[in-house]
Design a protein around this ligand. Structure first.
Ligand code: GLU
Length: 509
């Protein structure tokens, strides 16, 4: 690759960044880092009617949480600033006029009503043409039907107008996509898209092409929904005399619903109970709160690992990758053409794998705020021990308290199903015996091994059933069944608390 790699993620602040957007940003980022290039964030906010308050900020915060670092952007600045299209307003008109001048674009003065009428007329006539193009423009109000003088007069009178692209007639165009190969299209299938609007702003198409050129973008990596615009973009490059400077294109396939039927949407997340956004969002209009992966207890690295494998694969069956590994291995050619199914189970699986392999001290840092929120204080050493006992069991960080609360507080309730199964006639008598044994162990000998040996020795010597003793003991200590090694719990909560919980259980169950 002899061109300096410069890629951009170019979201419109019209809503939230969902997993599809995160993946587009991530693939751009990985590609840039792999080739020692630059990752740019450009905000495409020329469509003022679709602007959503707070969306831009949300996008930036999400990228930050994901660790997708921006080299040049709205906040970071850079040689090609500004990076927000609304602040580049004055740049675009020149190019629109240049296109008019060279005959590649023209003025059109049609009102909304006239455009609607045209559509109705075409529909009624049964014509296969349904759009503003070389066939239909002769019936409309534009540079082709009005005299040059009339056009100038209307502009001078500040009449509302747009500038449309003059799509060439019946040309076989071959556009190349890195993922899909050559895509063939006849230009007669395209319409004369508006490039410049009556509000003095460019449309997406013009602004996007002009900015990609001025910012010296080398590769455009974006969602598949933009593939139909590619022929127009190629024609725009050609008409502006930039054909040799055109970036290469890679269009990413859609992210599909878990059942593979259609595009993943926020509604799927709501109805099936999984997040589709990286961070929480509060709708400025309705106040409705939508939780993100972060708030649901996913780890950043697990989330990124999962996203990276949506549609890309390294060619091996390795599934766990650090970001550095992803950078090293990333290759646009290994992105699939087919849509990638989003799997909430897989997202959880990734999180679980990451939790399991994290060190106890790393996990302790994550758990500390949860413990503080519950108004408990304890040493780091204690939290690390708790981390060790629960890390095999928790899937999401938010599961921590459900699996660990008994390390910090006396259970308030006892799981009725577990009580029913384990609380028998002789349970109280058995637990009183265990209480006696524990009373006789000194605080300094209260280790996992020692408490376990002494209790088990008693059970064996008296030929009792392990489950009959140990299950109720677990129940009074934790409020439920299952969980970390029982004598780790005994040793960690200590002698006094163990005795207190046995007494409480005996009197309350
Ligand atoms: N602003 C477009 C979007 O919202 C960018 C498309 C592109 O990357 O060219 O997706």
């Amino acid at each position: 690759m002899n061109r300096k790699v410069r890629v951009r993620f170019a979201p419109s602040p019209t809503g939230l960044l969902h997993v599809g957007g995160v993946r587009t940003a991530l693939f751009n980022y990985l590609f840039a880092k792999k080739h020692g290039g630059t990752f740019i964030l450009r905000i495409e906010d020329t469509d003022q009617t679709r602007y959503v308050e707070g969306a831009e900020d949300y996008i930036m915060k999400s990228l930050e949480w994901c660790g997708i670092n921006i080299d040049e952007g709205v906040k970071e600045g850079g040689k090609y600033a500004p990076y927000r299209q609304s602040e580049r307003k004055n740049i675009y008109k020149k190019y629109a006029l240049e296109l008019v001048e060279s005959g590649n674009a023209y003025y059109a003065f049609d009102t909304t009503e006239e455009l609607d009428e045209m559509r109705e007329r075409l529909e009624k006539s049964g014509s296969s043409v349904r759009q503003y193009n070389a066939v239909t423009r002769g019936e409309m109000k534009n540079s082709y039907t009005l005299s040059g003088e009339e056009v100038q007069k209307r502009i001078a009178n500040k009449e509302s107008y747009v500038i449309r692209f003059n799509i060439p007639v019946n040309e076989e165009l071959i556009v190349h996509d890195i993922i899909r190969g050559d895509v063939k299209i006849n230009t007669s299938e395209l319409d004369d898209k508006v490039l410049f609007k009556s509000d003095g702003l460019p449309t997406y198409h013009l602004a996007n092409i002009v900015d990609d050129r001025l910012m010296e973008i080398s590769h455009v990596i974006r969602g598949e929904e933009w593939l139909p615009s590619l022929p127009l973009h190629v024609l725009l490059y050609r008409s502006l005399g930039w054909e040799n400077l055109m970036p290469e294109f890679a269009h990413l396939s859609l992210i599909l619903k878990p059942n593979g039927k259609g595009k993943l949407s926020k509604r799927d997340g709501d109805s099936l109970g999984f997040p589709v956004f990286p961070l929480q969002w509060e709708d400025p209009k309705t106040g409705e709160i939508t939780k993100g992966f972060k708030e649901e207890g996913y780890l950043r690295d697990a989330f990124i690992n999962m996203i990276a494998l949506l549609g890309w694969n390294p060619g091996t069956d390795q599934e766990i990758f650090s970001v550095d590994e992803l950078i090293q291995l990333f290759d646009l050619k290994r992105i699939g053409k087919a849509g990638a199914k989003f799997s909430p189970e897989k997202a959880k699986w990734y999180n679980q794998q990451y939790i399991k392999t994290m060190s106890n001290s790393e996990l302790a840092e994550i758990f500390k705020p949860i413990i503080a929120e519950k108004n408990h204080s304890c040493t780091n050493e204690f939290i690390e021990k708790v981390a060790e006992s629960v890390k095999e069991r928790i899937v999401l960080i938010n599961d921590f308290w459900a699996h660990a609360s008994f390390f910090f507080e006396t259970p308030k309730e006892y799981n009725p199903a577990v009580v029913k199964k384990n609380w028998k006639e002789d349970t109280v008598e058995n637990l009183n015996k265990i209480k006696e044994i524990i009373e006789n162990i000194s605080e300094s000998d209260f280790s996992t091994e020692n408490t376990e040996n002494l209790v088990k020795k008693y059970i064996e010597e008296n030929q009792l059933n392990f489950g009959k003793i140990l299950n109720p003991l677990r129940l009074v200590l934790t409020g439920t069944g299952g969980g970390p090694h029982l004598f780790d719990i005994v040793s960690m909560i200590g002698k006094e608390e163990t005795l207190k919980r046995i007494s409480k259980g005996i009197s309350e169950i």
